[in-house]
Write a protein that binds this ligand. Structure first.
Ligand SMILES: C[S@@+](CC[C@H](N)C(=O)[O-])C[C@H]1O[C@@H](n2cnc3c(N)ncnc32)[C@H](O)[C@@H]1O
Length: 268
């Protein structure tokens, strides 16, 4: 299942890049800004790695805070291709796995892993790999979602999609049940970090309000990797109708807030 999971997840992200950059990216930008406030090292002038960079939310925020260079690594070439705002001459874009980063040891001053630990089989091993590519006194900074009731728009939008023929892909159920949910426990992230040998481990919980309209909520959900490949293969008029039905389904719902855990640490 591990190989199947990885291949299926990668294929889904590959088919998602542009939709992610147009939708979820806005939320992940807000999350990246909140995450980098917890950096254990000063960011100006650093060489940073953005591990599991996606379309570059953390990369862009690192540049905004004057990191001198960012290496953006992701398993999915499709996500990296979707990178728009963060694609500058200060960014090296590399296809690679966070469990075997194609980087020398002690390469970076700061390694950031935003919402990728919840995709891997063994977060302890991944954190140890992040530490390997980070200089001994450098920082390792990561985020995962925290424990919070799911926003009702998720089920509402997925139900509208189901009425158009969407069926939840197998990899996504594995992702939710075996990878994402266990890490929502506050103790889990800390324990993985300690087992990985990280130092000065500090886990915080932050609530982020990305200020989304109903249409933004739909772009967010329909740009996620479990749903975007389905929406993409619909005829354009049909996809537009799905979006309109989804916006009607979420009208009047409470504002979406996101609970994020931040892990701030030193590589050792
Ligand atoms: C939820 S997205 C987050 C993207 C980005 N960090 C952000 O905050 O917007 C997760 C990303 O992790 C990537 N990913 C998942 N497993 C990975 C792995 N083993 N190695 C590298 N990237 C991985 C996916 O391709 C996807 O781009």
């Amino acid at each position: 299942m591990t190989t199947d999971f990885r291949d299926q997840m990668k294929a889904a992200y590959d088919a998602t890049g542009a939709a992610w950059d147009a939708g979820p990216r806005r939320i992940y930008d807000a999350l990246a800004a909140a995450l980098l406030d917890y950096s254990p090292v000063a960011i100006a002038g650093v060489l940073a790695v953005d591990a599991g960079a996606g379309t570059g939310a953390a990369t862009q925020e690192l540049l905004r805070r004057r990191a001198s260079r960012v290496v953006a690594v992701d398993l999915s070439a499709g996500m990296l291709r979707g990178m728009t705002a963060a694609r500058t001459s200060s960014v090296a874009v590399v296809v690679g796995d966070v469990d075997a980063l194609p980087l020398a040891s002690d390469h970076a001053d700061l390694t950031v892993a935003a919402f990728v630990l919840n995709h891997v089989a063994d977060p302890t091993a991944t954190l140890a790999e992040l530490a390997r590519v980070t200089k001994p006194d450098g920082g390792v900074l990561a985020s995962v979602f925290g424990a919070a009731p799911p926003h009702p728009s998720k089920d509402a939008i997925d139900s509208v999609a189901a009425s158009y023929g969407f069926a939840e892909p197998g990899w996504y159920r594995v992702f939710k049940d075996a990878r994402d949910t266990p890490l929502r426990d506050l103790r889990a992230v800390r324990e993985h970090a300690i087992r990985a040998g990280l130092l000065n481990v500090c886990v915080d919980v932050v609530v982020v309000d990305p200020q989304l309209s109903d249409v933004d909520l739909v772009s967010w959900r329909t740009g996620m990797a479990h749903l975007a490949p389905f929406v993409r293969q619909l005829a354009p008029a049909c996809a537009a109708q799905l979006r309109a039905d989804a916006a009607a389904a979420v009208a009047g719902m409470p504002a979406l807030t996101l609970t994020m855990q931040t892990l701030s640490s030193r590589a050792g």
